[in-house]
Design a protein around this ligand. Structure first.
Ligand code: 5GP
Length: 195
């Protein structure tokens, strides 16, 4: 997605450990117009898939997921990383190791908001080692929901997540694919891959 790549080139900074910082439009401050374009792109790709719900993970997946939900006319549910006072039982849960924070979190979704009758689109901000999406897939399996596909805003194609998720057989649609971050240079995979 050209517009997204332009934003990454213009605003992205490379931190140590192959972390791409995009705080100006995605991970801290949010650019609503860009997020709407991102959401529309996901919606367009999956509009024939019979999606009944978008599933994401807090907090940075929420903005793109909400715009995709708006475009598809379906609700958005986000997995929580911390148990809250109002979310204590009746949960689907799985454990996710965070690449950026280097810690394991239990993520959970209330059983009230995901069911075997749902066909879901999973959305996340970044795909690195694939752990976050695998956690969401585990929750989808617990719910017996059908997974129509996986939408990723920024994929770091040089890490193992892509290969790991391809093994699941679900369609993966990444809007920007970063080939490398070597020497603080952001390089994209030549062709945007839409599957
Ligand atoms: P994974 O589970 O695929 O290893 O990592 C996905 C999660 O880690 C994303 O939800 C995102 O929050 C975070 N993450 C991974 N790599 C990066 C990165 O380069 N930059 C930022 N901002 N977040 C990242």
């Amino acid at each position: 997605m050209k517009l997204l790549e332009e934003h990454i080139r213009k605003h992205g900074t490379v931190l140590s450990g192959n972390v791409l910082k995009v705080d100006t439009f995605l991970n801290h401050q949010i650019d609503p117009a860009l997020m709407q374009a991102v959401g529309n792109e996901f919606a367009d790709r999956f509009k024939e898939a019979g999606i009944t719900k978008i599933v994401t993970i807090e907090s940075s997946g929420i903005a793109p997921a909400v715009f995709a939900g708006l475009a598809l006319g379906v609700p958005v549910v986000f997995a929580r990383k911390k148990k809250s006072l109002t979310l204590t039982d009746n949960l689907y849960t799985s454990s996710v190791y965070s690449f950026t924070k280097q810690e394991t979190n239990d993520i959970s979704i209330s059983k009230n908001f995901l069911a075997s009758t749902d066909t879901i689109l999973l959305i996340d901000d970044f795909l690195a080692n694939g752990q976050a999406v695998l956690g969401l897939l585990e929750i989808a399996e617990q719910a017996g929901a059908e997974v129509a596909g996986i939408g990723i805003v920024i994929e770091k194609s040089f890490q193992q997540g892509r290969a790991l998720l391809e093994k699941t057989g679900f369609p993966i649609y990444s809007l920007a694919r970063v080939a490398s971050l070597d020497n603080e240079q952001i390089r994209f995979v030549e062709e945007e891959v839409a599957r």
